[in-house]
Design a protein around this ligand. Structure first.
Ligand code: HEM
Length: 502
């Protein structure tokens, strides 16, 4: 052996020993979550199966509430069950309130030189943006809820009439009708009503864009977790860049118009309300944080997050009503008794429509349409249930596991709205609080109250007017199509008129 080889041998042995000791000292006393074996490079992706939330529940039986997996290039932990999800989402130091810098989000942020709201990191700018948005939404969900009530009721009634006209004798697919209904509601809520708002033109564009973005994110999510794919498939990134540009551009016109006609004495919609809360914010006084780019991104996120989720919730509800006619009949009976047929269902009826509320909760529980919430990210080393999670780990909350814990629900596999109703015909608050469809902690859905109002008003007013009937031979498959939001399969129905008294 030459002298040089000997020196190199000693140096590399010293270096490896140094690395080992460094690793040992850093990890001494740490207890990391265990997890199943995965493949190099792609990690556990091939083992997720057709319904990943259920696969993760099986893995929980072997590895515990918190286990680790590899999502392509990202180290991840999956958190299961109410106790662990709540502890992690509400961590006192906001340790798990970040978002991973997935490629599609990077591309969206590059376009406008700002981070998006829903997928942006947990920074002071994000917190400000969230504060202004919550304040703007609260104006309409609390002080001026009549605006939402009138908007949703009118749209739901028109929707009911259209369905009866189209599908009372010939069965049809109602997916697009539901999409149009929800997009019209959210669009008018964000940008107002009246002659200056061309709802029909924009609604069609938004639906087309959302469809294309959903299609992209189905296959694009591989790029998110395997970022090096962007160099192998540059066309995918370009296509996404084009969609995101179009989506952001759509709002520019509305924003320009709102700044030009803004009056603090007449807050017409959410866009006005966000501009107003920025102007009123004491901490900002001379330095408004709300650049047009940020307002643009905030509205894009409210539109994207609000339309797709609410629309799929309503589709699931109508599918379950068609599949379970005896449950649909109980909803009819309750609405007829509490509200009757001579006026619309209003927000004031909500506390008395106990069974209808229970149906909405039970569909949210059974389906869990965002089974993994949105992805979270650890911003510092922290623990969940005594296990160590290092900084820069993707944290996945398995909300589906919360809604299907046998110890809590008893028979989670059964669709049984009565589980939420106590003997004195009130809603069981403990069970209702275990529905975490909107997430938990400081990243929970900012549109939760709005969504609950929209879903209640739209669903109950549709049920007051329409009966959904399974056409002969139609199977009505309840298996979801996976994606960021789990979607119902397209289904055909007959829609019969219940009453013509209104
Ligand atoms: C039934 C309908 C809806 C469901 C099930 C739903 C569910 C969720 C969930 C699970 C999250 C992720 C929470 C987390 O990261 O832990 C979320 C985030 C979000 N949602 Fe909703 N949502 C709904 C409707 C809406 C509506 C109507 C809006 C606004 C108009 C909205 C706006 C947002 C935004 C902006 C975020 C990101 C919040 C943040 O990162 O701080 N959502 N939603």
């Amino acid at each position: 052996m030459s002298g040089l080889t000997l020196v190199l041998g000693i140096l590399s042995t010293t270096f490896i020993t140094f690395l080992f000791f460094k690793w040992f000292l850093q990890n001494r006393g740490k207890r990391y979550p265990k997890g199943p074996m995965g493949f190099p490079i792609i990690g556990h992706l091939p083992f997720f199966g057709s319904h990943p939330p259920s696969t993760f529940m099986k893995w929980r039986e072997s590895y515990g509430d918190v286990f680790s997996i590899r999502l392509g290039s990202w180290q991840a932990v999956v958190v299961n069950g109410y106790k662990a999800v709540k502890a992690a989402a509400e961590h006192p130091n906001d340790a798990f309130s970040g978002r991973p810098n997935f490629v599609s989000m990077e591309v969206a942020a590059e376009l406008i030189n700002e981070e998006t709201f829903a997928f942006g990191n947990f920074t002071p700018v994000y917190l400000k943006q969230r504060k202004l948005t919550s304040k703007a939404l609260r104006l309409f969900t609390f002080k001026r809820s009549d605006v939402i009530e009138e908007l949703v009721t009118n749209e739901a009634n028109a929707f009911a009439d259209a369905l009866i006209r189209k599908y009372s004798t010939t069965p049809g697919y109602i997916e697009l009708d539901v999409q149009i209904l929800v997009t019209r509601i959210i669009y008018q809520f964000l940008y107002g009503r009246g002659k200056h708002v061309d709802v029909d033109r924009h609604v069609k564009t938004i639906i087309n864009l959302l469809d294309e973005i959903n299609e992209f994110s189905g296959s694009g999510s591989a790029i998110d977790v395997l970022p090096w794919l962007r160099y192998i498939m540059p066309g995918k990134i370009e296509a996404f860049r084009k969609l995101a540009t179009e989506s952001v551009g759509l709002m520019r016109e509305q924003i320009q118009e709102h700044y030009e006609s803004f009056s603090a004495d007449d807050i017409r919609d959410v866009t006005d309300a966000i501009i107003a809360s920025d102007a009123e914010d004491e901490e900002n006084k001379d330095k408004h944080m709300l650049t047009r780019a940020r307002l643009n991104l905030t509205l894009a996120d409210l539109q994207g997050a609000g339309v797709d989720t609410t629309n799929k919730t309503l589709s699931w509800l109508l599918l379950y009503m068609t599949k379970f006619p005896h449950i649909q009949e109980r909803v009819f009976a309750e609405i007829d008794t509490v509200v009757g047929k001579f006026r619309n269902v209003q927000l004031k009826d909500k506390p008395d429509l106990v069974y209808t509320n229970a149906v909405i909760l039970e569909v949210a529980r059974t389906v869990t349409q965002l089974p993994f919430s949105l992805p979270h990210f650890s911003m510092k080393d922290a623990k969940i249930e005594g296990l160590d999670v290092d900084k820069d780990t993707v944290v996945i909350f398995n909300l589906y596991s919360v809604h299907h814990e046998k110890e809590f629900w008893g028979d989670p596999e059964c669709f049984r709205p009565e589980r939420f109703i106590l003997d004195d015909n009130t809603l069981d608050s403990d069970k209702s609080n275990h529905i975490v469809a909107f997430g938990l902690g400081r990243r929970r859905c900012v549109g939760e109250f709005l969504a609950k109002m929209n879903v209640f008003l739209a669903f109950s007013n549709i049920m007051q007017k329409c009966k959904f009937v399974r056409p002969p031979g139609e199977r009505l498959d309840l298996t979801p199509i996976p994606g960021l939001v789990y979607t119902s399969k397209n289904f055909k129905v007959l829609v019969q008129e219940r009453s013509s008294s209104l």
